[in-house]
Design a protein around this ligand. Structure first.
Ligand SMILES: C[S@@+](CC[C@H](N)C(=O)[O-])C[C@H]1O[C@@H](n2cnc3c(N)ncnc32)[C@H](O)[C@@H]1O
Length: 311
């Protein structure tokens, strides 16, 4: 079996990074616990780092609804779509410089961790839910990935990263602190990449039929405690520039059962009681043909940390 070090070197070849990306020693990834300000020690690859679990009653400004995914971690891994390799190519091209290290925010089960780590990038993958993190550690154990159980709000590091990214997770972080925190964690010239793929039914009639059901079955006062962002908001952030938005068109064909399986991992459905959820999913399944096309277009926002030494 290829050793991770060789795998890393091999995957850097072709990106011209083999000479510039020197694998960090574990001790160089230092993570501080906000709770007591102590150095939490070296972060060994593959293991889950529980040292970062913070007090449940600590106010963080994060959404409780964003922390429901662990109850369906295996289902999440099975039914959520993977991200296309083109996404990684786009981010690396935008970076235009070696990307050796990355911090992933809200890594979940590692859907977006794998494609970046497979390019040899050392990914520190933070995920607050222990059940999601368990799957993450399992599926990435042969890759240069360090899963850390914490929220973004409580994550502290002595290291700076070439890339900070979040896949379908940034909207769960606190809008009050996330931008400054991301800037602080990036090296000068480092890249912030935020993306998601809403995965909606491509057929407008089917989509309308499902919307109709959701209007009836999902809570009307679906709390708007998810925090989206805009390109304008990003452009106004202190310490970043070159803000861009890209759309990467992508259609997936899946079975109706897999589509419904994916819906069962969506937070709005996770808020329902189990019988209500099962009933809602049965209703959705009933209006779908056996195969469906899903518009999985990736929406990608990019920005670069501005070099503060250049005025
Ligand atoms: C929809 S999932 C996305 C998972 C993965 N990135 C993907 O694309 O499949 C959102 C993830 O964000 C995590 N999350 C929620 N609040 C968070 C926070 N404040 N900081 C970091 N991650 C958070 C959740 O536990 C969940 O695993």
């Amino acid at each position: 079996m290829a050793r991770p070090g060789n795998r890393l070197r091999d995957s850097l070849r072709g990106f011209g990074l083999e000479r510039v990306c020197v694998p960090r020693r574990d001790a160089e990834i230092g993570i501080l616990s906000e709770a007591d300000g102590r150095f939490a020690g070296s972060q060994e690859r593959g293991a889950i780092h529980e040292a970062m679990v913070t007090e449940p009653n600590q106010p963080t400004g994060t959404s409780i609804r964003g922390l429901l995914f662990g109850s369906v971690a295996e289902r999440y891994e099975r039914y959520r779509l993977d991200y296309p390799d083109e996404l990684v190519d786009t981010v690396l091209r935008y970076a235009g410089r070696p990307v050796c290290s990355a911090l992933e925010v809200g890594a979940g089960t590692g859907k977006a961790t794998r494609p970046f780590a497979a390019r040899g990038i050392e990914v520190t993958a933070i995920e607050p839910d222990a059940d999601m993190a368990k799957v993450l550690a399992r599926v990435t154990h042969e890759l240069p990935v360090r899963p850390v159980v914490t929220t973004f709000e409580h994550f502290r590091s002595e290291s700076r990263f070439d890339l900070v990214y979040a896949a379908a997770a940034w909207h769960w972080t606190s809008p009050a602190t996330r931008w400054a925190h991301a800037v602080e964690l990036l090296v000068d010239g480092g890249v912030l990449a935020l993306f998601g793929a809403p995965a909606e039914l491509k057929d407008p009639e089917l989509s309308a039929a499902v919307d109709e059901i959701e209007k009836r079955v999902l809570p009307e006062d679906d709390p708007v405690d998810v925090h989206p962002w805009s390109i304008e908001e990003m452009a106004a952030i202190d310490g970043v520039g070159d803000v861009e938005h890209r759309e990467l068109g992508y259609v997936a064909t899946t079975t109706a059962a897999a589509f419904v399986g994916r819906l069962a991992t969506v937070s709005a459905y996770l808020q329902l009681a189990p019988e209500q959820r099962a009933d809602a999913l049965r209703q959705v399944r009933a209006v779908l043909p056996d195969q469906v096309d899903i518009d999985a277009t990736v929406q990608l926002s990019l920005a670069r940390r501005v070099d503060r030494s250049v005025s």
